[in-house]
Design a protein around this ligand. Structure first.
Ligand SMILES: [Zn+2]
Length: 133
């Protein structure tokens, strides 16, 4: 048996007793700017670097997608604005997060620890099934 899992906010990282279930993504723009800085001209690039660009760009696209996440009520209040985006301070740095339309206007489901744990166990069971194939 593993140690007891801790329910921590996927935005600010702090431990929480109540979670809101949202579809979340971080702000993808800074990452895109980094890509543009690293690969200024994709049309004038050796093939060896092109593979690297493809890899980095795919990762950027993945990060730009909304994914299921559990965040604390304070972060949810900060992000659940009329544009579905807000700033959370993570380890002293301001980080911008977005939530999808169906997560906005206080509609995100509320999870307590037991409900969250059951969700995690279901997800782990799904991984177990995948691994046994
Ligand atoms: Zn938080």
């Amino acid at each position: 048996m593993h140690e007891i899992p801790v329910m921590s906010c996927e935005a600010c990282g702090k431990e929480m007793t109540i979670a809101r279930s949202v579809r979340l993504r971080s702000n993808p723009e800074p990452e895109f700017e980094q890509i543009v800085d690293r690969f200024p001209d994709p049309n004038d690039m050796p093939d060896s670097r092109r593979e690297e660009l493809d890899r980095v760009y795919l990762q950027y696209l993945r990060n730009a997608e909304y994914r299921r996440a559990f965040i604390c009520p304070a972060c949810y209040r900060a992000i659940d604005t009329h544009v579905g985006a807000g700033i959370v301070v993570v380890e002293g740095a301001e980080k911008r997060f977005h939530i999808s339309g169906d997560s906005r206007r206080d509609r995100a489901a509320v999870y307590d620890y037991d409900k969250w744990l059951r969700y995690q166990q279901r997800e782990a069971a799904k991984l177990g099934i995948d691994l046994s194939r």
